[in-house]
Design a protein around this ligand. Sequence first.
Ligand SMILES: NC(=O)c1ccc[n+]([C@@H]2O[C@H](COP(=O)([O-])OP(=O)(O)OC[C@H]3O[C@@H](n4cnc5c(N)ncnc54)[C@H](O)[C@@H]3O)[C@@H](O)[C@H]2O)c1
Length: 374
Amino acid sequence: MRVAIVGTGAIARGSHLPALTALGAGQPLEIVAAVDIDAAAVAAFCTDAGIAHPYTDLGLMLTEQRPDLVTLATPPRFHRDQTVAALRAGAWVWCEKPPCPSLEDFDAIEAAEGPDGAGPYAAIVFQHRFGSGSRHVKDLLGKQAMGRPLVAHCQTTWFRDEAYYSVPWRGTWSSEGGGPSMGHGIHQMDLMLDLLGPWAEIRAMAGRLVHDVETEDVSTALIRFEGGAMATVVNSVLSPDEVSRIRIDCERATVELVHLYGHRNADWRITPAPGVTSEEADAWRDFGPDVPSSHEAQLKGLLADLRAGRRPRSSGADGRKSLELVAALYKAAFTGSTVRAGEIGPGDPFYGALHGNAPGWAPEHRERSAEVPA
Ligand SMILES: NC(=O)c1ccc[n+]([C@@H]2O[C@H](COP(=O)([O-])OP(=O)(O)OC[C@H]3O[C@@H](n4cnc5c(N)ncnc54)[C@H](O)[C@@H]3O)[C@@H](O)[C@H]2O)c1
């Protein structure tokens, strides 16, 4: 399997390369090339990792190297075009979150995929869905072992300072795609959707309280799920005591995950309701061998799917659902309306851009928004 890494910054070095290296051991997998518009960065990356072919031109790399898999770790504004280019060259793609700046972009990616049952496919990096903890809890919830899920909390309360936002691609709709709802909270919201299934409606608020950015720096939302469960969501980059947290109250137990950037079995807690036997609660708490959530955990499944020609998790509709929720959160927040699943399609201002051209939030309204508190 010939793999190419596109974008050789922090996440490529910190997660893509280690995951590919770990999973490539003993398997016919070779990282044949890396691409970055920064020639010095890609040269250093290739030297450090022992990769033979550095490129500054994605198209040239695709033509010359014909990779089977491209892992994409560039800023979000490039995800659509680079994913489409790789798919058209016959490569599967594993694209970093957030998927791309709009649902319209995502649909263009899906349209470039190969036929079902063959591929190539593009999967989004949502590593928190993977690992033994989320797999076990998804299984318990799927079987309704703890009864129906009723109430949930989904919290991404992180802290990002001015230095973080001094990187040119951050803080703008066109480049980063959104604020913490899109760039940070999408991980927890994706996990919540993976655990609780389809959502039905959302109401939301967004604010720009600290940072001088185009996007929000905090958002809150209320979500009702198709199954009836109701959730609160908080996405913030203003929270000094940082935490990522999901809590789901079911009829017969509360499940809670508390972590920051990744979880292991010990980060999950299951509290039974009165009347549940200790044998049953102990069975729920048996998560099996510890597999931390990680890029490696997701990539392992993706490589197996690639070899088998199967659609991977987190691609197609399964990859789109979190972006749709984020688009709906923005629409609900910026219009003050309740947004229903499936309603944002072509013709809706929030289909082509997550700011939906809303006064005070769209880039062209930025000056006014600086005077009027959001
Ligand atoms: N899954 C996670 O937990 C996680 C964590 C951090 C970042 N990310 C995501 O990974 C992506 C990259 O983030 P990062 O922190 O590594 O950013 P970064 O700025 O450290 O690296 C981005 C790299 O892409 C290169 N680049 C920019 N434009 C390019 C282009 N057109 N073609 C090729 N290369 C280009 C830059 O030169 C840079 O080397 C973002 O989408 C980010 O949200 C995901």
